[in-house]
Ligand binder design. Structure first.
Ligand code: MG
Ligand code: MG
Length: 277
């Protein structure tokens, strides 16, 4: 499927340009590069869909990591996260009050009623895909279900602002209004990012209105990882002694969804979309 061709009235603008270029440090991908990123995104989408189907109470988060790594490699990609700044695994696995960057562990057993976040990346032919889902393991509490629903809604509120000519602040404002309207807090210490040749590249894609981070206009061909993190209680977090796993300070639940998204002239394409799988 080539969704891009349906969305771009003037396709030659893309196809005539063979070399990617940068605008304020942000790489504008060529059509060929976007095609590769679409493949990387679909590998990540497939892995997350499969992990969600595979997970069972009684498994460890390390079991999920082993499974995800095998699936990434079986599809001809390598895990983006493994070895990234020394991160030891192919997925970040976070349970309940764990917020982000959870290291999968043999002794961390998944139980029915857990809210499980799985974030992963795949590096394929020189480009990364990056996506995160929250999974309800068995029957979760109403509070957990509502937080999870709100987190996915916030991601799509942000994605809905993706369009050439809109700005990073349009994305941030839509996410902030959505999350606060639902009565949750937004973790401010971690943002989305550009993604492509590097897992993390400019710009920072923030999830709340701020003057602290550079705003910029979106251009067709930018590829962004949008990834709001919602907490049921305080927005504040702390990092555990493993120096990676981040938890809420008040032990409240946290949920997150993330997609790799391409900016087009008329809107967006979700490169890590799972809906056609
Ligand atoms: Mg991610
Ligand atoms: Mg990311």
């Amino acid at each position: 499927m080539n969704f891009l061709s349906q969305l771009l009235p003037n396709r030659t603008q893309f196809s005539e340009r063979r070399q990617s270029r940068r605008v304020r440090g942000v790489e504008i991908k060529t059509e060929t590069e976007i095609a590769t990123m679409r493949q990387a995104g679909q590998i990540v989408a497939t892995v997350l869909k499969e992990v969600a189907e595979y997970v069972q109470p009684g498994q460890s988060t390390a079991d999920l990591d082993t499974y995800a790594e095998a699936r990434i490699r079986a599809m001809g990609a390598t895990p983006s996260f493994k070895g990234y700044h020394g991160f030891p695994a192919s997925i970040c696995a976070c349970l309940n009050d764990e917020v982000v960057h959870g290291i999968p562990r043999r002794r961390q057993i998944i139980r029915a009623g857990d809210l499980l976040k799985v974030d992963t990346g795949a590096y394929y032919n020189g480009f990364h895909g990056d996506s995160c889902i929250t999974i309800a393991v068995g029957k979760v509490s109403d509070a957990a279900q509502q937080l999870m629903t709100a987190a996915e809604k916030a991601l799509y509120a942000g994605i809905d602002q993706v369009k050439a000519g809109n700005t990073l602040l349009d994305i941030a404002g839509a996410i902030e209004d959505c999350v606060h309207g639902d009565g949750y807090s937004i973790v401010e210490n971690y943002t989305g990012h550009g993604v492509g040749r590097n897992l993390h590249e400019p710009p920072s894609v923030f999830n709340f209105r701020t003057q602290q981070l550079p705003n910029m206009k979106l251009l067709a061909g930018m590829t962004l990882a949008i990834e709001p993190i919602l907490n049921a209680g305080s927005k504040h977090t702390r990092t555990l002694s493993d120096r990676w796993t981040v938890v809420t300070v008040d032990r409240s639940l946290s949920a997150q969804f993330e997609h790799t998204v391409l900016v087009t002239e008329t809107g967006y394409e979700i490169l890590s979309d799972r809906s056609q799988l």
